[in-house]
Write a protein that binds this ligand. Structure first.
Ligand SMILES: [Fe+2]
Length: 556
């Protein structure tokens, strides 16, 4: 007997407009029809259109009960329907149903949907990032829901999963804490602290609440392969220019007719891509950036989302490290194996396509007249975390040779004065009157204020932390390089703001201006009614303890 069908995710809300919202869900069967029923008595209905995710795969590293021994495509179907003719401020029930080829039907529970809120409506917005299936995520989201109740919007500043082409990281990782389960209250993640095990479900958020996301380094897959492991493909991103030069050399064989689509696909496959991320999510678009960078109005918020992230590489200087600062010794004479340091995926330097689009967006009436002007991207402008070093700039490759001309080392330098975020982006945002820059990447909580009053918030100590570097705690930075790479403090220059309400204390009993903990998880909520951003922590070592509001500031 065939088992009854199930949905791979609950439905979730995407791309709301003033009068509609998209409902999206996934199944592991193509099915014959997929329907959203909605409204009073679920009497109205709309059919979904179905596409197959074409890059989702599993391999021996997948955390499944029975992972495949080798790289294997995993067929998953995505269903999307636009629910039309909605009235502002009115929430309706909805439910989805997927009919399998044998006629058996899988149905979701009923949830609620709404179009975009009207200006002036007080909204509750979750500011989160860097989930990556980390241990405290399900606990964090559960506490978010207990604290805030129904959210109106989720803003996620990148790093949704670890390896975007691994399907189980989105849907059904065996530890019970995959991306959708945690944000849909279907997680089952057992967190053990001091010998006590607590099981967290996450929270039923995305079923009722739309989400806008930014691309982090973990949304980007590297060079595509049908055979290499997903982890190695993820780590194998090279700059577009490298793929382009290989393409030009091989063009007569690869593309004798000069088909432009074939050329674009080949270069993307041989450098890096965000295909699975873009296939899973329906997001606003910009003419030059597509889903990768965009601007959108939601209630009183004008939100600009940028594609500001680079590949992450190890700071290690060991001979076998394909790192931030050097190539592996064994690769010195094999450029096809070089990692090219922490290269940037999409330019943001002054004059770049993205920067030029941003200038126009900042000058638009939609932005200028907005009550709240918020910019979200992944890489930190100001941070005490590990990832604020080295500078956010194109790596400068230095090839050392001996007297015979043989390569002895390949190093990368990152001049601080060429940091594109600090040199080009931040002054532009400041001049335009941006009130909040929200970002992630270093897995800690810290905030800063510029002299003119622009707020910077990194709220990424959600699932785990990689530490904060202030005082005696030192980042792993090279000391024998041309540039001086800061081992402590914020290289961006601003001093961190000590939390306004209840800072944690450091080892000397002094208030600590950050939270970087693998026991304490943090979330931030923006209330557009009062303009305040409140941050809360929850100590997972004390499962029955209340959350603590430890910081609050107001956007002006
Ligand atoms: Fe990141």
């Amino acid at each position: 007997m065939t088992s009854s069908p199930t949905l791979l995710t609950d439905p979730f809300l995407q791309l709301p407009t003033e009068s509609s919202v998209r409902v999206v869900w996934f199944t592991e069967f193509k099915g014959t029809h997929h329907t959203v029923r909605y409204g009073k008595g679920l009497a109205q209905s709309v059919q979904a259109s179905t596409t197959q995710l074409y890059r989702t795969r599993e391999d021996a590293d997948s955390n499944l009960a029975n992972p495949p021994t080798r790289l294997t495509p995993r067929p998953i179907w995505r269903h999307e329907a636009e629910v039309p003719d909605l009235a502002a401020g009115k929430r309706l029930p909805y439910q989805v149903a997927s009919t399998r080829e044998d006629g058996a039907i899988a149905t979701s529970k009923p949830f609620t949907l709404a179009p975009k809120p009207s200006p002036g409506q007080a909204l509750k917005v979750l500011l989160t990032s860097d989930h990556q299936l980390k241990p405290m995520v399900a606990a964090n989201l559960q506490k978010v829901a207990e604290t805030a109740g129904r959210l109106d919007l989720v803003l996620l500043a990148g790093d949704l999963v670890n390896i975007p082409d691994r399907a189980s990281e989105w849907f059904d990782d065996a530890n019970g804490g995959a991306f959708f389960p945690a944000l849909q209250g279907r997680a089952s993640y057992e967190l053990e602290k001091d010998g006590v095990k607590t099981r967290y479900t996450g929270a039923e958020i995305l079923q009722h609440t739309p989400m806008y996301t930014a691309i982090g380094n973990h949304e980007v897959m590297g060079r595509y392969s049908d055979t290499q492991s997903l982890n190695s493909q993820y780590a194998d991103a090279v700059p577009r220019a490298v793929a382009e030069s290989v393409y030009l050399a091989k063009k007569p064989f690869l593309n004798p007719t000069g088909d432009p689509q074939l050329q674009a696909d080949w270069i993307k496959n041989q450098s890096f891509n965000t295909d699975t991320y873009e296939a899973i999510l329906s997001l606003p678009t910009s003419p030059t950036g597509g889903k990768q960078y965009y601007a959108v109005t939601f209630g009183d918020i004008r939100l600009i989302v940028l594609y500001v992230t680079n590949v992450w590489r190890t700071p290690s200087l060991a001979p076998d490290a394909r790192g931030k600062y050097r190539e592996r010794e064994q690769d010195l004479n094999t450029p096809e194996n070089w990692g090219y340091g922490q290269h940037i995926f999409e330019a943001i330097a002054k004059g770049s396509k993205q920067y030029t689009w941003l200038e126009q967006e900042l000058n638009s009436p939609a932005f200028q007249q907005a009550k709240y002007k918020i910019v979200m991207f992944h890489h930190p402008p100001h941070s005490l975390g590990e990832n604020s070093v080295p500078a956010y700039t194109d790596p400068i490759q230095i090839i050392d040779r001996d007297a015979s001309g043989a390569i002895t080392a390949i190093r990368y330098e990152y001049p601080q004065q060429k940091d594109y975020i600090l040199r080009d982006l931040v002054p532009l945002l400041e001049k335009a009157g941006v009130q909040l820059v929200f970002y992630g990447h270093s897995h800690l909580w810290n905030r800063f204020i510029s002299p003119s009053g622009m707020h910077f918030l990194e709220s990424s100590n959600v699932g785990n932390s990689y530490g904060g570097y202030l005082g005696a705690t030192k980042r792993n930075v090279p000391t024998t390089y041309q540039e001086a790479y800061p081992a402590t403090d914020n290289p961006g220059g601003l001093q961190p703001v000590v939390p306004a309400i209840a800072p944690l204390l450091d080892a000397n009993g002094q208030p600590q201006p950050y939270i970087a903990s693998n026991d304490i998880t943090v979330f931030s909520l923006f209330d557009t009614g009062t303009g305040t951003i409140s941050s809360y922590y929850f100590d997972t070592r004390k499962p029955n303890s209340p959350v603590v509001k430890f910081d609050e500031f107001r956007l002006k």
